[in-house]
Design a protein around this ligand. Structure first.
Ligand SMILES: [Mg+2]
Length: 233
């Protein structure tokens, strides 16, 4: 019987995409808005794709109304360019991930999902290339809400629609590489597992008080037992 809902972040947690992601966003914004804004230098870590688009354009003085007017076009252009240009060689799967996903998906008590700031279409493409998309029957994405902290309840509701099960806070685990993933866990009073495989070091992550902190997810049995524990502690 399903007991645990495990929600994974994508970038910095499951995998990393090389500079092509930034280049594609820059090209898409240039095409739609005539400027890439601060795309080449902006901190993307843990942020929603939609929020990133607003921030990089606001930083060069594009008004919110202009951003909003062309937002759907920019989003679709970015997604289309990502589908066309991103290759498997642009993506590095984090060490241990394939093994961990194999173990988790084979476990009868575990339901896997995504909780990510990616748009669904481009996020799914990032997972399709290294062939890990099939592990995730559902997810909460940038398309689903205006801010990242609104995504956890969306994920829980989608899990309910899929399984008929209401996962309680003690049975939800959120795994991610930034303070924003830890904050998402806090929204649900769920367990946060922070992993220092993204741009945040373990020391930085520690300041945000995750329940569990790992350098990476390579120790599959340790991570599995942490996930399967009955309570938050
Ligand atoms: Mg991340």
């Amino acid at each position: 019987m399903l007991k645990k809902l495990v929600l994974f972040d994508i970038d910095g947690t499951l995998l990393t995409v090389n500079s092509i992601n930034r280049r594609i966003l820059a090209d898409a914004l240039k095409e739609v808005y005539g400027t890439e804004g601060s795309t080449s230098t902006h901190n993307f870590a843990g942020k929603m794709d939609s929020v990133i688009i607003y921030e990089v354009l606001q930083s060069v003085g594009v008004s919110d109304s202009v951003i909003a007017e062309k937002f759907d076009k920019a989003k679709q252009t970015y997604i289309e360019m990502f589908r066309l240009h991103a290759r498997l060689s642009d993506i590095i799967l984090m060490d241990g991930i394939r093994n961990l996903l194999d173990e988790l998906s084979a476990h009868s008590e575990v339901m896997l999902g995504l909780l990510t700031g990616n748009f669904e279409a481009s996020g799914r493409q990032k997972l399709l290339l290294p062939e890990i998309n099939h592990y995730f029957p559902f997810g909460a994405f940038a398309d689903d809400a205006g801010s990242r902290n609104e995504l956890p309840p969306v994920a829980v509701e989608k899990a309910y629609q899929l399984t008929g099960r209401r996962f309680s806070e003690n049975d939800i685990i959120i795994i991610g590489d930034t303070e924003h993933d830890i904050a998402c866990a806090r929204v649900l009073n769920a367990k946060s597992i922070a992993v220092a495989t993204g741009t945040y070091s373990a020391e930085e992550l520690k300041k945000h008080n995750p329940h569990v902190l790992y350098e990476n997810l390579t120790e599959t049995p340790i991570v599995m037992s942490e996930i399967l524990k009955s309570s938050i502690n």
